[in-house]
Design a protein around this ligand. Structure first.
Ligand SMILES: [Zn+2]
Length: 241
């Protein structure tokens, strides 16, 4: 895996303006891992995808994730800083798993980007959940008799949804926050796709502003300015004033 260059960031930012987060995530990984075919990237589990995005974020912008969260108890806005290493979780150990619940045996596989893409158009949460369950359920049996996903009781569906996260832990990344003002503590969900994209959006806009300033001062081409090291670009920017 290689870090994103200044040119990569501007290119992917421009392309991703009107794209869904599922596609943005895959485009970032395609840039970082050119040795992997699109089908290989699409079939990574969501946890494997998120692990790679965390690694790419670390290589490109460093290991410390900084952001803001609002305390649900007192409303204070607090700044947090989390190390990538502190939220890294293991990857799935197998391609498929079995689950026993209420006399049923379920065999399933972890979710991947193709599954998430399949529910993009579904506005209703229940429909999206059913679609994901139908896709990841490989087999359901009761006393040796096969059952369809539609025949499964709610208790089995809930257990399956829990098992999906349990066996692909990086698919749902959480960390703990404590409010400095009131002491309230809570577990917050961390979405690396939207977090990293928001950072890259800021970075791309700053890069284009730098291109604008240097092109105006020196008449240099955009491609040449983006190909410079950050140190050299910033030296010229300081010289321009
Ligand atoms: Zn608080």
């Amino acid at each position: 895996m290689r870090a994103l260059s200044a040119n990569d960031i501007v290119q992917v930012w421009e392309w991703g303006q009107d794209k869904h987060p599922v596609d943005r995530a895959l485009a970032l990984l395609a840039l970082a891992c050119p040795e992997l075919a699109p089908e290989q990237l699409q079939s990574l589990t969501i946890g494997q995808r998120n692990s790679r995005l965390l690694a790419l974020r670390e290589k490109t912008l460093g290991p410390t994730l900084k952001g803001f969260a609002e305390c649900a108890q007192c409303g204070t806005s607090l700044e947090f800083a989390v190390e990538v290493g502190a939220i890294r979780r293991p990857e799935p150990a197998a391609q498929a798993y079995s689950l026993q619940v209420d006399g049923l045996t379920l065999r399933f596989r972890p979710l991947n980007s193709l599954d998430l893409a399949a529910i993009v158009g579904l506005a209703e949460v229940g429909a999206a959940r059913r679609c994901l369950i139908e896709r990841c359920l490989l087999q359901a049996t009761q006393d040796g008799q096969p059952l369809s996903a539609a025949e499964l009781p709610e208790s089995a569906l809930a257990a399956l949804v829990d098992a999906l996260t349990e066996h692909d832990p990086q698919s749902e990344t959480r960390f703990h926050l404590t409010c400095a003002a009131c002491g309230h503590g809570w577990s917050t969900l961390f979405d690396i796709v939207s977090f990293f994209w928001t950072e890259l959006d800021g970075r791309a806009r700053r890069l284009l502003a730098e291109v604008h300033a240097l092109a105006r001062a020196y008449g240099w081409r955009e491609a040449d300015i983006l190909a410079m090291s950050e140190a050299r670009r910033h030296f010229y920017l300081e010289s321009v004033g």
